[in-house]
Design a protein around this ligand. Structure first.
Ligand SMILES: NC(=O)c1ccc[n+]([C@@H]2O[C@H](COP(=O)([O-])OP(=O)(O)OC[C@H]3O[C@@H](n4cnc5c(N)ncnc54)[C@H](O)[C@@H]3O)[C@@H](O)[C@H]2O)c1
Length: 279
């Protein structure tokens, strides 16, 4: 039985990767899905894939770091389908260059852009989405954080601060919007092998990939659908008593006390300075 029949969902960054799989899984459960992404072409392809499989989906070009785009995103979902039930704040692109590094290295512009996309986007989306959800007295917001929002690694100030803030905003909004019938949760994925990550990090580094996989108690990295399944659960009635939580979906990566992953990662990167990083 489908769990989200008739519901309307927005997935930011839903063209590919975790967001792409999430859009497809939500549609499989009966939701009508608006895919909002800066990459309009790939977003349109994912929407077409969903429609070919019998689902309902549309794509919209939107940059979640920009106020007007976020407003247009919510307006489009509501004007097209008359309601809004689910919002998945997932979009993010690595800043690269001057956005990489610690507090003494990142540029102020990179900090501003990172915080806009990772954190301000949630506040902007809530401004427009919550009144729509509140009208029906029900809704679910899922924010994508990371294990990097819980455990810090060196040299990634913007990403790690941003992903920590995602959890804080999630908890605050859960308290604020709970009385309106709206639940707000975060997910902290471990390393998820998306199309882009496979290409950028691992195609030419199979031994690095084996190293990564060996750090997991389950001896594999995650797949986008692992996160999509958790999001579907959090949006379903089965999760109606769950709010304000940061659900870790990481194959047990972060529960290991000994041989801490972040420390081993730091050693590995020092020994292999050409390693490409996911953030
Ligand atoms: N893949 C991982 O290992 C992993 C682990 C933990 C957390 N995450 C988080 O999961 C989310 C998705 O990551 P992914 O690996 O699937 O990425 P991805 O690069 O495969 O997909 C991200 C999508 O977001 C879009 N996007 C980027 N910036 C945007 C913006 N400003 N506005 C709208 N769309 C934008 C991109 O065009 C792309 O389609 C991110 O928030 C990421 O930080 C990923």
């Amino acid at each position: 039985m489908q769990r989200l029949v008739e519901q309307v969902a927005i997935v930011t960054g839903g063209a590919q990767g975790i967001g792409g799989a999430t859009a497809r899984r939500l549609a499989e459960e009966g939701a009508r899905v608006l895919i909002a992404d800066v990459d309009q072409e790939t977003a349109a392809k994912n929407a077409a894939t969903i429609r070919e499989a019998g689902g309902t989906a549309e794509a919209l070009a939107a940059d979640v770091g920009k106020h007007e785009d976020v407003r247009a995103m919510v307006e489009q979902a509501v004007s097209r389908w008359g309601r809004l039930d689910i919002l998945v704040n997932n979009a993010y692109a690595p800043l690269g260059g001057e956005g990489r590094g610690g507090a003494l290295e990142v540029s102020e512009d990179a900090w501003d852009r990172g915080v806009d996309v990772l954190v301000k986007s949630m506040f902007l989306a809530a401004r427009y989405a919550v009144p729509e959800m509140g009208r029906r007295g029900a809704g679910s917001i899922v924010n994508i954080s990371s294990v990097h929002g819980l455990l810090m690694a060196p040299g990634a100030l913007v990403y790690e601060a941003g992903k920590s803030a995602v959890i804080g905003v999630t908890k605050q909004m859960a308290v604020e919007f709970g009385p309106l019938g709206i639940r707000v949760n975060a997910i902290c994925p471990g390393h998820i092998v998306t199309e882009r990550i496979q290409e950028r990090m691992w195609n030419d580094n199979p031994s690095g990939f084996r190293f990564f996989e060996e750090q997991y108690p389950v001896r594999r990295c995650g797949r986008p659908v692992d996160i999509a399944n958790a999001i579907v659960f959090l949006c379903s009635d089965e999760a109606s008593f769950i709010t304000g939580q940061a659900l870790v979906v990481d194959g047990g990566l972060s529960i290991q006390l000994q041989e801490n992953f972040a420390v081993r990662m730091a050693h590995y990167i020092r020994e292999h300075p050409d390693t490409k990083l996911p953030y």
